[in-house]
Design a protein around this ligand. Sequence first.
Ligand SMILES: [Zn+2]
Length: 356
Amino acid sequence: MSTSSGTPESWISSFCSLLGHEYFAEVSEEFIEDDFNLTGLQTQVAMYKEALEMILDVEPEDDDDEEDEEEDEEEDVSGDARDEPGGRAAQAGERRHHSRIASDLSVIESSAEMLYGLIHQRFICSRAGIQQMSEKYELGHFGVCPRTNCNQARTLPVGLSDIPGEDTVKLFCPSCLDVYVPPNSRFQTVDGAFFGRTFGALFLLTFPEYDLTKSGTESITNLSRPSNPPGGADELPMINGVYARNVAPGLGPGKIYEPRIYGFRVSELARSGPRMQWLRDKPADIKALDEARLFTEDQGGDSEDDDESMIMNGRPSGRRRAPLNARSRQQQQQQRQIGNGSPMMVEANGGVESEL
Ligand SMILES: [Zn+2]
């Protein structure tokens, strides 16, 4: 499978170049060779050892019986190679795949695909993996959102489950915050668990500087418009620690489909009126979404609060931070009144978080 030309291609790169596997990143061998990254996968994949060897293009370590089979095979192969000069090198890579009987091989092959997918789910959340996926995102490899008002915003491949066999890969649009079935049916054989539920959200958290409004065709044709003002990225307005322009750019007034009959808008109160349009709504003043800042301002401001400094640094601050902080501050104040103002008491906050 991997050696149609004279230069043997690695199993990983041939897997990633298969039709329908365009979304996959090429997992680095270092990542696979680190046992820590494979924790728990032994029990999830049949013929784990063989599958792992196949992925890494390692010559299988056979016991005596299998060695005999291999020798037979090798004789056949070398016989063929003698017939056509120079064929030996080309056959060398092929040989390891022929070293097992065919039925065995197909089981190992499917196990290897499953194992690679599960490793891939972990890899794309690692530093190297997410970087590789960001390069693919930048080039629009994952396609664009089919929603008209998203103006072909680039999407990210995600899974709706981390367990294989439950659902196929979906495309998450950060512009309208919804998931879609990939447009081409060839992706409907790709397991969603191979991308997992973590990647999409982690990607946005890792790369807040991406312009989510940039369309896929734009990034392909390189007709990039100046996305940053002259002052640089720091000058862009921020909301809750992310760029305001990246807060669901495909939603809000003017970005919601308006049904019309003979030019007249259909009333929301009509029998077939457009209900639930608020689902795609966004406040006219985007600053209303800055809940953390508004909350602290509401509480009369607090110099102890580190949320504001986090926003200034451009690092994302959790939406739930404000109420939690306020609660923990209350707790702290109560503790101080009791006369036990240890800062370690903030840890009691963990219980509050788990309740939410
Ligand atoms: Zn969209």
